[in-house]
Design a protein around this ligand. Structure first.
Ligand code: ADP
Ligand code: MG
Length: 308
């Protein structure tokens, strides 16, 4: 199937000369949740802003629904809902008015039943006559989503949807995003929270210093880059790894009480029973065995570190 968004060779140099994006290529598939994961300043907001037509690219092309955003701005923009990083609505407008007005901006005819449904879905219905200034932070975030959904977009961009949001609200937001996906919306969210990408995304794009370092299915990413570790807690400390065990990738902890075997998570060939037998043959006794798999966090930290 044709990607719903195609980004080709996209670069952005701001007026200052600073290169915020460097030759970015990215396909976004219909119906997926893609997380753009990267540290502050990586270029996430710049990338979203270009796709949404707020910032102009210095080089490259963006297709939305198969059409060029430059030559088909109105059609492509109307497919997109954008939830910006910052709240920028008139504080004295009511919830109902601001959401209805957002729909009108896209030339859509009024549809009170739809606005009601959106507000109900976002638990804002009982606030519909309240002024924005009276809303809590979490409500304001939901209001931004309501505005972005008001013209029935097929694609929703959420720029750092949970930055500075407490844990409970974050979980609510995640659930909401899943519901939106189930209703058929393609979702692109940016985040610098690894946990959020790990929790939410079907695919993860890692962006750092204006470059997309990789884009991969989340599970594949964990499988490919993840490491597994088998840790043996010994009953007696060792001075060195016994000679008979050099065939295994074993490391001894500084105090000699733990032997650690590290292997790629994708490698099913590590002969764990053989290793245990070899340990027993070498006269070693252990009181506990522990296995761990690296998290997305470990993987991410390594990726970003390698790039610097
Ligand atoms: N209008 C601008 N003029 C100059 N530099 C900018 C402008 N907007 C963003 N930048 C710079 O571009 C880089 C990427 O910014 P941004 O896309 O906001 O990153 P992110 O959203 O990943 O934190 C940052 O170093 C930022 O300072
Ligand atoms: Mg940003």
């Amino acid at each position: 199937m044709q990607p719903i968004i195609t980004v080709r060779n996209l670069s952005k140099a701001y007026a200052s000369g600073f290169k915020a994006l460097k030759h970015v290529n990215l396909d976004i598939q219909r119906g997926e949740i893609l997380a753009l994961l990267g540290p502050n300043g990586a270029g996430k907001t710049t990338l979203i802003s270009i796709i949404c037509g707020i910032v102009t690219a210095s080089e490259g092309q963006v297709l939305v629904g198969g059409q060029d955003i430059g030559s088909h701005y109105r059609q492509t923009r109307s497919l997109i809902g954008l939830v910006p990083q910052e709240l920028t609505t008139d504080a004295f407008e009511t919830v109902w008015d601001t959401v209805s007005f957002s729909r009108g901006l896209f030339g859509r005819p009024p549809n009170p039943a739809l606005i009601e449904k959106i507000l109900r879905d976002l638990s804002l219905w009982d606030k519909k006559d309240n002024k924005i200034i009276t809303l809590s932070g979490g409500m304001k975030r939901r209001l931004l989503i309501a505005k972005a959904l008001s013209h029935e977009p097929q694609i929703l961009f959420l720029d750092e949807p949970t930055a500075g949001v407490d844990v409970n609200l974050r979980r609510d937001m995640w659930q909401l995003v899943r519901q939106l996906q189930q209703s058929g919306v393609t979702i692109i969210l940016t985040t610098h929270y690894i946990e959020e990408a790990q929790e939410m995304a079907d695919r993860i794009g890692v962006i750092n210093k204006g470059e997309i370092i990789l884009v991969e299915e989340k599970n594949e990413l964990m499988r490919k880059l993840g490491k597994k570790q088998l840790t043996l807690h010994l009953t007696q400390p060792l001075a060195e790894v016994p000679a008979g065990l050099t065939g295994y990738a074993l490391a001894l902890s500084a105090d000699g009480t733990e032997l650690v075997c590290t292997y790629d998570a994708q490698d099913d060939q590590v002969d764990v029973p053989g290793l245990l037998n070899a340990l027993i043959d070498a006269g070693l006794r252990f009181k506990d065995i522990q296995t761990t798999q690296s998290s997305l966090e470990d993987i991410f930290v390594n990726l970003v570190k390698d790039e610097t």
